[in-house]
Design a binder for this molecule. Structure first.
Ligand SMILES: *Cc1c(COP(=O)(O)O)cnc(C)c1O
Length: 483
């Protein structure tokens, strides 16, 4: 595939400048002048347009096709949110504009959005306060664990260990380690697919700083024992952290705060519809109960008696800065606009449809694919390529083959406790027709695995890159071989 510089033709021009009608400025000093022309590519406007349109067609996005990437919640992002995010009063805000000075109201609208969003999240999650500072889910986890560390420090508790279920997202143990804790894995019960509460009870002790819980967990199963986990933890003054990266299944149905969860994060870019992927953009607000509020990062948004807003930096017990500016304001704004446009009933309906869609698909796919935890699922489910492995076909082959049918592959080889895992999250924004077309492709691939497994090893054949050598890609950072 040619890069734009390969297409350059000497002398081609895309822009013509009018003859200058102002006096020539004095020439730059010798030291500041180039030896030759700048190495730019020479193309017409049409050449440039075609090049980038062609590239954009090689890209897969939720706007171009079904994208059932489990745990990542790739749902349709209504374009209304883009209109709101592009309003000049928001889009052109500068972080150094004054909050409120001598009648200058330039940032009051943005502060109003932040204030309202915090209160909406409190209502949705049943928590007492949220910080909107963290820039991603993993960043939220780190913030939450730093809050827990600050809480224990303030009480003189010497607690070093965080307990994490073995199905958890990899960011959980990483965040705990970065926050200075050691970690231990809680086993999942093979029957229920939920963390084993009896095992947990034997693991919690004076050393336990926190338990991290994901619910629904990464198997897509709702843990009905949350209150028991909280009760066990609180016996030892351990805090319960809730990984709320995916709230798609529980909006209006379950509030972590009501179950006694102490601290949690929410991925706004997943549940509240910001286009995301490839590492950003994101927002991972962290919610806490009253006893953790003093430790929240600066700044805090406050409403004054005259109904104007301010950022308060005077928080003596705060863990300090997590991110100095609200650089993710666009994500926060989209989440606010999404919640406002959906309303309470709309959010509940979204969750119900997300769960319905996942169960519909799961029940079709389990006719040909192994379903290790055969229970009603929430917003996602995990199947395994175990039946196909007998024919030499692995999860990676099925994922690659799906691309030839026009679908984005699901998340594969995660969670780690399921061999040959394929984690499928259809989301509420997909129609029955799309789900049926995807199911048909998956069943056709299962048939091919039995009848002509070799063809699946060669897939995909319709994409511009078929199977990169993953080992080489990781070890040899010279990308020349991708020509
Ligand atoms: C996506 C996800 C995270 C991490 O969120 P990022 O925004 O990618 O940092 C953490 N936990 C779970 C369960 C997730 O799905």
């Amino acid at each position: 595939m040619a890069v734009i510089f390969d297409k350059s033709i000497s002398g081609r021009q895309g822009v013509r400048f009018p003859t200058s009608d102002v006096p020539e400025p004095a020439p730059l000093g010798e030291a500041y002048r180039r030896d030759g022309d700048a190495p730019l590519c020479e193309l017409t406007e049409l050449d440039v347009m075609r090049h980038f349109i062609e590239l954009s067609h090689k890209n897969f996005s939720i706007d171009s096709g079904f994208y059932p990437l489990g745990s990542c919640t790739m749902k349709y992002n209504p374009k209304l949110l883009e209109t709101v995010a592009n309003m000049p009063g928001f889009a052109n805000l500068h972080p150094f504009l004054p909050q409120l000075r001598r009648g200058c109201m330039l940032t009051q609208g943005a502060l109003h959005v932040l204030y309202e969003l915090e209160h909406q999240l409190c209502a949705i999650a049943g928590m007492d306060a949220f910080t909107l500072q963290p820039l991603a889910g993993a960043h939220g986890e780190l913030t939450g664990l730093m809050l827990i560390a600050a809480y224990h420090r303030s009480k003189g508790n010497d607690k070093k260990e965080v307990l994490i279920p073995d199905e958890a997202h990899g960011t959980n143990p990483s965040s705990a380690a970065i926050a200075g804790f050691t970690t231990r894995s809680i086993p999942t019960d093979p029957e229920t697919g939920m963390l084993n509460v009896d095992a947990l009870a034997t693991m919690v002790n004076d050393q336990t700083a926190a338990i991290m819980l994901t619910n629904p967990n990464t198997l897509g199963i709702f843990n009905s024992d949350v209150d028991k986990v909280v009760e066990i933890a609180h016996r030892f003054d351990a805090q319960v952290y809730y990984d709320g990266a995916n709230l798609n299944a529980i909006l209006g149905k379950f509030r972590p705060g009501d179950a006694g969860i102490d601290v949690m994060h929410i991925n706004l870019h997943k549940t509240f519809a910001t286009p995301h992927g490839g590492g950003g953009p994101g927002a991972g607000p962290v919610g806490v109960q009253e006893h953790l509020v003093p430790f929240l990062p600066t700044s805090r948004i406050e409403k004054r008696d005259d109904s104007t807003y301010q950022l308060n930096y005077d928080c003596p017990e705060s863990i300090g800065y997590i991110a100095p500016f609200y650089g993710n304001f666009g994500v926060l704004l989209r989440a606010y606009a999404y919640i406002m446009s959906m309303g309470r009933e709309g959010l509940i309906e979204a969750s119900e449809n997300a769960v319905l869609n996942a169960n519909y698909l799961m029940n079709i796919l389990k006719t040909k694919y192994d379903l290790p935890y055969d229970r009603t699922c929430m917003h996602e489910f995990v199947i395994s390529a175990k039946n196909q492995v007998k024919h030499g076909v692995h999860a990676i082959d099925i994922a690659k083959a799906l691309m030839d049918y026009g679908f984005h592959p699901p998340t594969v080889y995660f969670p780690l406790i399921v061999k040959e895992a394929m984690m499928i999250e259809p989301t509420e924004t997909e129609s029955k027709e799309t789900l049926d077309a995807f199911a048909e492709a998956m069943l056709a691939i299962a048939d091919r695995a039995e009848q002509e497994p070799g063809t699946l090893h060669a897939a995909p054949s319709s994409t511009c890159v078929n199977r990169p050598d993953e080992l080489k890609a990781a070890k040899d950072m010279d990308f020349a071989h991708l020509d």
